[in-house]
Design a protein around this ligand. Structure first.
Ligand code: SAM
Length: 194
């Protein structure tokens, strides 16, 4: 069967080469929901520590789908799907990404650690590894903890973490929006598998 591009007349292809035509949705060749669920995931787990904003939760789902993460743990007060406000930013990713709710984040962190998973809190703290140095970290599978919009990651979770990762900032604001932070962090952790 001919591909979409092979079917195009030459003059359109030349025009498109010149113009660097944006791709249509159906030309992005994304996997189906069924194939996504079956495909092996990158050994990266996301843990949400009391995320208050439903839109932020939805964004975590969409980004975790894009970066093929193994699972999202929704901890404490973090709301769970289905919810209209989560759906607005998740755009269906709540149906593709594995997730589970846990009431106690510290119990989850200790459980994962006992299974050999390294836990990295994403936070600003006294002693951190800046994002540009994460290639120096030693792990097979990593769980990344993102903190509440006001209070950040719980101190007992920070204390139990193997690593604390900080994104350098060069402007006037103290911190990034947590779901923006997720986009930056997750790419840095999955790019080694690409
Ligand atoms: C708005 S911040 C929380 C505010 C601040 N950490 C505090 O405790 O006052 C929400 C979450 O975003 C993430 N975050 C935002 N900016 C960050 C940065 N520059 N480095 C690492 N994590 C960051 C962390 O996971 C943090 O817990």
């Amino acid at each position: 069967m001919k591909t979409y591009v092979e079917n195009m007349p030459n003059f359109i292809l030349e025009f498109n080469n010149t113009m660097n035509r944006k791709l249509k949705l159906w030309e992005l060749n994304r996997v189906s929901e069924e194939l996504f669920k079956e495909q092996p995931k990158f050994p990266v787990i996301v843990i949400l520590n009391d995320i208050r904003s439903l839109n932020n939760i939805g964004s975590f789902f969409r980004t975790s789908d894009a970066f093929n993460v193994e699972k999202i743990y929704l901890c404490g007060i973090t709301a769970i799907p289905p919810h209209r406000e989560i759906q607005k930013t998740a755009l269906g990713a709540t149906e593709t990404v594995n997730w589970e709710h846990r009431s106690s984040i510290i119990e989850l962190v200790n459980e994962l650690k006992s299974q050999g998973v390294k836990v990295a809190s994403i936070e600003q703290a006294e002693k951190t590894t800046f994002l540009q140095h994460i290639h120096e970290l030693d792990y097979e599978k990593i769980a990344l903890v993102f903190g509440n919009e006001v209070d950040g990651v719980d101190q007992d979770v920070i204390d139990a973490s193997d690593y604390i990762i900080e994104i350098p900032q060069f402007g006037t604001k103290h911190s990034l929006n947590v779901s923006v932070c997720a986009g930056v962090i997750l790419w840095e952790f999955v790019k080694r598998y690409v």
